[in-house]
Write a protein that binds this ligand. Structure first.
Ligand code: PMP
Length: 285
């Protein structure tokens, strides 16, 4: 049996897992989602992901037609059915099928989709040698237009920046906010290290409040490393001793070059390596 996808409480074979072309998730990006890792068959930080999903939904006036408890059970069931140990869960809630107009009141029921699949990870050499970034000319959405705190199905802002990165030969791109400050990358949060202090942009820099970011802040606490959530400029990145990204898929990945400038020694630094080891210890033990 192939991959089983959950849609509104029913499991479908991957090829038969379909929703309407009238769904406002497709027509307008009207919906929310989460990307969650599983380790050893268990969804990592599921509660935090569900809290963020519910917050995103609330922010767009979308009512998720399930309790968090029922969603937890459905995620676990989808992982178990598909025998996914170390994998990835994509949770999607769309506005549902409606008319061709924008009006969300004319949509039917929200569609809840859960996909549990294997994950294609970054190659190990990225963790050993570090990534290179470029700054995208596409800035992060203005929070008063579409808050980056909402993990909505409208990811074009990030996709356009991602294309700029890819065209420059980079798998990730740095995004600035409307003030010209560092916000985050297209699918990852950013940290810099200088003189033993970790710094990362605060929520009001216009970022998605990453769950891996929170995990790394906790791990840094355990390692007795100070962490400051402060506005950062590109200058702060260029003169950092170390830089790394965090995200559910990427976990903790070092950055060694930004806009062609070498960061620190040009190799993943000791604090980054320590946090990678701590993250792996936490998720693989
Ligand atoms: N920023 C953006 C724009 C993202 O899409 C993601 C990944 N979903 C992140 C940051 C990292 O968040 P998390 O650690 O919760 O995966």
């Amino acid at each position: 049996m192939g991959l089983q996808v959950y849609i509104n409480g029913t499991y479908f074979d991957k090829d038969d897992a379909k929703i309407s072309v009238y769904d406002h998730g497709l027509l307008y990006g009207d919906g929310v989602f989460e990307g969650i890792r599983s380790y050893g068959g268990k969804a990592f930080r599921l509660e935090e992901h569900l809290d963020r999903l519910w917050d995103s939904a609330r922010a767009i006036w979308l009512e998720i037609p399930l309790t968090k408890e029922a969603m937890t059970d459905a995620v676990n069931e989808t992982l178990a059915r598909n025998k996914i140990d170390d994998g990835y869960v994509r949770l999607v809630v769309t506005r549902g099928a409606g008319t061709l107009g924008l009006d969300p009141n004319r949509t039917s029921n929200p569609q809840v989709i859960i996909i549990a699949d294997r994950i294609s990870l970054y190659p190990e050499e990225f963790y050993d040698q570090g990534l290179e970034l470029v700054t995208a000319s596409t800035i992060r959405n203005h929070p008063a237009a579409l808050s980056p705190r909402i993990k909505s199905l409208n990811y074009l802002n990030n996709i356009l920046a991602k294309i700029e990165g890819l065209q420059a030969g980079c798998v990730e791109a740095l995004m600035l906010n409307t003030k010209g400050e560092v916000a985050e990358c297209t699918g990852d949060n950013i940290f810099v290290v200088r003189d033993g202090v970790l710094r990362t942009p605060p929520t009001d820099a216009g970022i998605l409040e990453g769950i891996t970011r929170d995990v790394v802040i906790e791990l840094a606490g355990e390692a007795e490393l100070p962490v400051r959530e402060v506005a950062l400029t590109r200058h702060d990145v260029y003169v950092a001793n170390e830089c790394f990204l965090t995200g559910s898929a990427a976990e903790v990945v070092p950055v060694v070059k930004v806009d062609n400038r070498v960061i620190g020694s040009g190799e993943p630094g000791p604090i980054t390596r320590d946090l990678i080891a701590r993250f792996r210890q936490l998720t693989r033990s």
